[in-house]
Write a new protein. Structure first.
Length: 293
């Protein structure tokens, strides 16, 4: 059995850790509220814009917009949205694993040819792919310091410019979709070229013939760049809310585990102290008996 000093030191250490995890849980809970409000307000608009644009572009020819043109995916860009900090459970590991699986399953030939590039949003994914000698474009770790649409749009504009110049033939987006504080699920979606909606025959028959002003081509041309920026911004907000939810859950579990460990350590401490007292009493009684003999 460990001596009393060792057990006391461990109790002190675990208590300090428990205070830290409890404080981190409270901080993440406060940040989660703001992050949740942001994504909840944006998501309906982003989803409706995406749906509207997909339906409008479904009947257009590829040539109506360069962002709709399907090309052979010789060069691929993968946007991986992670966080800057750890202590969020498997949050970062899961998004990186999903991105790696996407590359291995769909773009293994491009990877062998050195034609897979990474745009990492978040320090954890940035460091991971840089260590493994991937072609990591730019450094976006400061985005979370001032997360807004304008700063996110700068990243998206550089990606759109690269697509138009032919630097990438396809752009994929990997991020955590926020459902609630305890549940986040990973999403992989094609960002560029913009996917068209597949209109079924029965849906086409029931569609209303709208009068569009200006023309359908002009509306799509104006909406596509905006939609691309909105979808990336939504992904980053989703990931930001998911990060705080994952960290809050992880710190809550860590606090509970620290509490269980403290109970076991205090029990061990009491047993050790009782054993020490018993030994001292035995020695006193034995000494008194020896003197009286």
């Amino acid at each position: 059995m460990a001596n009393l000093k060792e057990v006391r030191n461990r109790i002190k250490s675990v208590s300090s850790t428990q205070q830290i995890t409890k404080a981190m849980k409270m901080v993440s809970a406060a940040k989660l509220k703001r992050a949740t409000n942001a994504i909840v307000q944006l998501r309906p608009y982003a989803n409706k814009l995406k749906e509207l644009l997909a339906n409008l572009s479904a009947s257009l020819e590829n040539g109506s917009s360069p962002f709709l043109v399907e090309r052979e995916p010789v060069k691929v860009l993968v946007i991986v949205v992670s966080s800057n900090r750890g202590l969020a459970g498997a949050f970062n590991a899961n998004v990186i694993k999903t991105a790696n699986n996407l590359i291995a399953e769909k773009y293994s030939e491009q990877l062998k040819a050195g034609n897979v590039s990474i745009v990492a949003i978040g320090k954890k994914s940035q460091e991971f792919y840089q260590r493994r000698k991937y072609n990591v474009i730019g450094n976006n770790n400061d985005l979370y310091l001032d997360l807004n649409f304008e700063n996110t749009s700068k990243i998206t504009e550089s990606i759109m410019t690269g697509f138009l110049k032919g630097d990438y033939d396809r752009v994929e987006l990997v991020y955590n979709h926020f459902r609630n504080a305890a549940v986040q699920y990973l999403v992989t979606e094609q960002l560029l070229p913009v996917p068209k909606a597949e209109v079924k025959a029965e849906e086409k028959a029931s569609q209303v013939d709208y009068i569009l002003e200006p023309s359908q081509e002009e509306i799509v041309e104006q909406l596509i760049p905006k939609n691309i920026k909105i979808q990336v911004y939504k992904a980053v907000l989703d990931s930001n809310a998911s990060e705080h939810g994952a960290r809050m859950t992880a710190m809550d579990k860590a606090t509970e585990n620290a509490g269980e460990l403290l109970k076991a350590l205090k029990l061990s401490y009491n047993q050790a102290r009782q054993a020490a007292i018993t030994t001292e009493l035995t020695e006193i009684v034995s000494g008194a008996a020896a003197l009286s003999a």
